[in-house]
Design a binder for this molecule. Structure first.
Ligand code: SAM
Length: 242
């Protein structure tokens, strides 16, 4: 049976090479199989001056430079002109909602994602405002991947894409491995995954827990749940109380 395109992804950036890892591993295979189509756009091709300037000094003063809404508007409109449905616009920013598995799940059901990757002090705020007001996207999401500041949105986009793409049906080899993950919906929703083992049964005097070689699936699943709870209490007590 012919596989069909499940997701289209457009990424706009001043560093197109940052996205070469998307040609590797699961994401690379999904592209080869034409399940996911990726287009990387160089923001500088939308500039009009000799120096291909994309930034300017901030109004109100302060350090650093702000990315121009004029250039971003041109670039985003050109991506929109090629879209067949209203895409979701994703704006990585430390001041956005915090990314999590639930959001990855939601994005994995979308057919078209557009990522705009800021640098310097970020993108002029009117860009988000304009695309929120204009109804050109089905949704505009400002997303942070954690409480720290990166130099640009590219790494954040890669994180969001990797977490999202492995949840698309047909992208991951073994769909079961998703349901066993930390944060997976269902019994593991608010739990971290416990310890995992493979052969050999003894390595540097360390044994694989006996229960895992017992063949008793009921006991194994109970043990896994207990270990997941222990680990969650230790590293993420905030999750345990949810
Ligand atoms: N002045 C901004 C602030 O304090 O919110 C930080 C700008 S940061 C140096 C440059 C770009 O990196 C941002 O526009 C954003 O695209 C990206 N970025 C930095 N930290 C991020 C995070 N935690 N999550 C998502 N994107 C981030």
């Amino acid at each position: 049976m012919k596989k069909m395109l499940l997701m289209r992804v457009d990424l706009i950036t001043i560093f197109p090479d940052y996205f070469s890892p998307l040609n590797l591993s699961l994401f690379g295979k999904a592209q080869e199989a034409k399940l996911i189509e990726v287009k990387v756009h160089d923001l500088r091709t939308f500039t009009a001056d000799k120096h291909k300037t994309v930034d300017d000094a901030p109004y109100g003063g302060g350090p650093g430079m702000v990315m121009s809404p004029v250039i971003w508007g041109e670039a985003i409109d050109s991506v929109l002109a090629q879209a067949t449905i209203k895409p979701v616009l994703i704006v990585p920013t430390p001041s956005g909602q915090v990314f999590n598995q639930e959001l990855a799940q939601k994005l994995s059901n979308q057919e078209h994602l557009v990522f705009i990757n800021g640098r310097y002090e970020g993108i002029d705020s009117r860009v988000v405002q304009h695309y929120q007001d204009s109804n050109k996207f089905s949704e505009v999401l400002e997303i942070s991947i954690g409480d720290y500041v990166l130099a640009g949105g590219e790494v954040a986009s890669l994180v969001i894409l990797e977490a999202t793409s492995r949840l698309i049906n047909g992208v991951l080899g073994n769909e079961d491995s998703v349901s066993d993950d930390s944060f997976a919906p269902g019994s593991m929703q608010n739990l971290l995954e416990g310890p995992i083992y493979t052969r050999p049964p003894v390595w540097r005097d360390l044994n694989v827990p006996e229960v895992l070689t017992s063949g008793d699936h009921g006991k194994i699943s109970q043990w896994r749940k207990e270990k997941a709870l222990e680990r969650t209490k230790k590293f993420r007590p905030d999750l345990d109380s949810k």
